[in-house]
Design a protein around this ligand. Structure first.
Ligand code: MCN
Ligand code: MOS
Length: 762
């Protein structure tokens, strides 16, 4: 077990892979020198403001813009009347739909809060004022507000997301002990600190967009398709992002509006999506419902799992929030059946939010497993260990690595689980009920190709160059560590340049796939650059190493030396000087040898080359076990999470300090999900009521206790070149059920619909 105790900062080993280097860009962020997308200054800038629909479904009959146009400073009003001349773009997989126009400001209203018009003016204040004067006449039609609307149908069965083996129904019926329950989760939102928005600027045929992005290359591709222009002519600049959590992976309608307005006006246009507009400009996590039935023997051997889940989607696109995603792989079970349906409602299409699918799925199965434990009168830890899956029962494949048993046992030890008394309401501190609960989590290892460039400069600096994104996860830092290690130099001798679609191609900062992918590419490029330098140093007439007879060189502690000290050692700068080289530049990718230029672009701009967790001989996932303690006020029903211990298997950690921060960030979001977060929909008009950070509650510091995190992972070289598995999302998965289970243990009340608010406990 590696206990993540805070350690003295500044050890030399911190700058290599596995070290606890603190954030490369941290001081820039805290001193305000990290420039975010909407902070760049422009000459002649115009400001666009969105107008969103106020009905849930229908048609825009008329938009009266005369008063708005008469306002000072107003330059342009765009409405569904304007054909912006856009074309449909391909989906994430790069699949083209039938040819057709794309209307970012459509006449058909499909949800309340849909962008239907925009005003552009000399200032944001003028645009906002004028937007208030635009009068829209609608023809309203029938709508479905959300998953709980009586008019919501039963939806569409997603065959690809359903799975079955054995005979689950028969095995359930034959099981001596059974539980059956329904769990639900509400709409949840990303609420990143940095709201969405962009500045778009045309220079002739060249388009540059400053926009927070999780995927510079994928976004550039989509804009190029909408505006029917060569991919090379679009550039996305996004070096710093104030959080994305899944919401910034693709361009959205407002982006098309700003770019089209900039083209029409021949001026740069900035569009800042307001905080309320953020709630409907892209989708948060879909509301879900799931029924779970478990059957077991009297001594707690799981016999069957039957799972039926549903999630809401929009009326115009399918987004499944796959409620069965974790159900199928957490436990050993010979009889299994899971189905998932999607139910169209009048909402913006939901999207990926940290741990999509796995998150609500773990909420269901991890609550259900504890319900079974109480029915059996068995310790929930023992029940989990008893039904430990020795391989992946769904794919039939062996795990590449799965330290979930270690996570459960080490986590339990650190938490003090053995001191638990089993009966609900049996642990208290005066009037405060104390409860303990467990929730396991998982997230797949998703693999994708990436590309990177290394430049060794005459100054002795090494540059790492990639279009990859750092939205706070730590990409800058781990890439600096990787290059520093290969060249044996201090980490501050490395400069990392990221966040620009003109730079070498990269996997998305999403699906917890970026670190594994881009570390592989940077390591490969750095080793190739070092080899090139060694080659020159051993052969160049100007090199002091030429006549040493050595066949390689060592790079240690900032110096380059022949293995047996055959010549004096040099720094990188001294060697570059001796070789009379300005720079050495090497570019490498992790695609199969000989991939064509076209395949390369496809790899960085679509998901076509992305591999799921069971593509190959193994089933590969990150794992975790959360142990939560809650304190519930017996009279008021208020719940506080007073302590959490979480143990993780994410393979090798490139930087434990950053990983701990990722895990804690996920856990904090999980605490919010358990106790606070709920997108409220007005059933009378489909409107998101609490569309602001005053009413949509996320945790603050005072809601968060000490979070102890423990790594139990071992390097997994099937998962990635350097042995790491995904880190960014697994932390949120399993937190909400751990808390719900702890609340049950404290109070004897089982809350099956999130969030667990006090009125549900009274
Ligand atoms: N890491 C590591 N060792 C590993 C894997 C990762 O040290 N074996 C560390 C690195 O610091 C790396 C980070 O963890 O930068 C995340 O790596 P990875 O799990 O590969 O995830 P991605 O880089 O693909 O980041 C995306 C992921 C996702 S999908 C969401 S959602 C999320 C998350 O990261 N959104 C975030 N973490 C976030 N963190 C911040 N601050 N802001 C967000 O919006
Ligand atoms: Mo993460 S939800 O895959 O960006």
């Amino acid at each position: 077990m590696t206990m993540m105790e805070p350690r003295k900062h500044g050890d030399a080993s911190d700058g290599t892979v596995g070290g606890r280097q603190s954030r490369f860009e941290g001081s820039m962020k805290v001193t305000g020198t990290a420039t975010y997308a909407l902070e760049y200054p422009f000459e002649n800038l115009a400001y666009a403001v969105l107008i969103q629909s106020t009905i849930p479904a229908g048609r825009v009959l008329k938009v009266d813009i005369s008063d708005a146009l008469a306002m000072p400073g107003v330059l342009l009003v765009l409405t569904p009347e304007d054909d912006l001349g856009l074309k449909l773009g391909a989906d994430w997989g790069g699949n083209k739909p039938a040819e057709g126009p794309y209307y970012p400001l459509p006449r058909e209203v499909q949800f309340n809060g849909q962008s239907i018009a925009a005003v552009v003016a000399e200032s944001r204040e003028q645009a906002t004022e004028a937007a208030g004067l635009v009068r829209v006449t609608y023809e309203e039609s029938k709508y479905v507000a959300n998953l709980n609307d009586p008019n919501a149908g039963e939806g569409k069965l997603m065959d690809a997301l359903s799975s079955a083996w054995g005979d689950a129904k028969a095995a359930l019926a034959a099981s001596p002990v059974r539980i059956e329950a329904e769990y639900s989760t509400p709409r949840e939102y990303h609420v990143a600190m940095e709201p969405h928005g962009l500045t778009a600027k045309w220079d002739g045929e060249q388009l540059t967009i400053w926009e927070p992005s999780q995927w510079s290359h994928g976004m550039a591709r989509m804009y190029s398709e909408w505006f029917d222009m060569p991919y090379e002519n679009v550039r996305i600049i996004s070096p710093f992002i104030g959080g994305g959590f899944g919401s910034k992976g693709q361009p959205l309608a407002y982006g098309a509006v700003a770019v089209a307005a900039a083209r029409k006006l021949g001026r740069p246009v900035k569009l800042a999506v307001t905080r309320p507009q953020n709630f409907t400009s892209y989708g948060g996590r879909a509301g879900t419902k799931q029924q779970i039935a478990l059957g077991a023997t009297e001594d707690g051997i799981l016999q069957a799992i039957v799972h039926r889940g549903a999630s809401e989607t929009s009326v115009y696109a399918d987004w499944p929030e796959q409620t069965g995603a974790a159900t199928s792989i957490l436990y050993k079970v010979e009889n299994f059946s899971s189905q998932h349906r999607i139910v169209p409602v009048n909402s913006v299409t939901p999207g990926a939010l940290r741990g999509p699918g796995k998150n609500p799925s773990a909420y269901g199965i991890e609550c259900a497993i504890e319900e079974l434990a109480y029915k059996l009168g068995m310790d929930p830890l023992e029940l989990r260990l008893k039904n430990y899956a020795d391989h992946d029962y769904q794919s039939g494949k062996p795990w590449s690595t799965r330290q979930l048993r270690e996570a459960l046992t080490k986590g339990a030890e650190a938490f003090g689980w053995s001191r638990r008394s089993h009966a609900p309401r049996s642990m208290r501190d005066g009037k405060t009920l104390i409860g303990w609960g467990i929730g396991c989590g998982t997230f797949p290892v998703i693999r994708a190709p990436s590309e990177a460039m290394i430049r060794i400069l005459s100054s002795g600096k090494v540059e790492v160059i990639s279009g990859a994104i750092d939205m706070g996860q730590g990409t800058y830092t781990i890439l600096a560590q990787s290059a520093a290690e290969v060249f044996g130099i201090p980490v501050d001798q490395v400069e990392v340049h990221l966040g620009d679609s003109r730079l070498p191609g990269s996997a998305i900062a999403g699906g917890s796939m970026l670190a594994g992918s881009i570390m592989g590419a940077v390591h490969k490029a750095a080793v190739a650059a070092r080899d090139e330098l060694i080659g020159l140093a051993l052969s160049d007439a100007n090199s002091p190493f030429r006549d040493t007879g050595a066949n390689t060189l060592n790079f240690v502690e900032g110096r380059i030396a022949a293995p047996r000290g055959e010549a004096p050692s040099l720094t990188l700068a001294e060697l570059m000087f001796a070789l009379k080289r300005e720079e050495i530049e090497v570019r490498r990718n992790t695609l199969p040898e000989g991939a064509s230029a076209q395949e390369q672009v496809q790899a960085w701009t679509t998901m076509a080359k992305v591999q799921g967790p069971t593509m190959g001989d193994y089933s590969m996932h990150s794992w975790c076990a959360h142990f939560a303690e809650v304190r519930v006020d017996e009279d008021f029903g208020t719940v506080r999470v007073s302590r959490m211990v979480s143990a993780f298997d994410c393979g090798r950690l490139y930087n434990p300090r950053l990983v701990e921060s990722q895990w804690r960030g996920g856990i904090i979001m999980g605490i919010g999900q358990a106790l606070l977060e709920e997108g409220l929909v007005d059933m009378r008009n489909g409107r998101t009521v609490n569309n602001n950070v005053g009413d949509y509650l996320v945790p603050t510091n005072s809601d968060i206790p000490d979070l102890q995190v423990i790594s139990v992972g071992v390097p997994d070289h099937n998962a990635s070149a350097l042995g790491g598995k995904g880190v960014g999302e697994v932390g949120i998965v399993g937190v909400a059920p751990a808390i719900a289970n702890a609340v049950f243990h404290a109070t004897g009340k089982r809350i099956r619909d999130l969030p667990i608010t006090l009125e549900k406990l009274l």
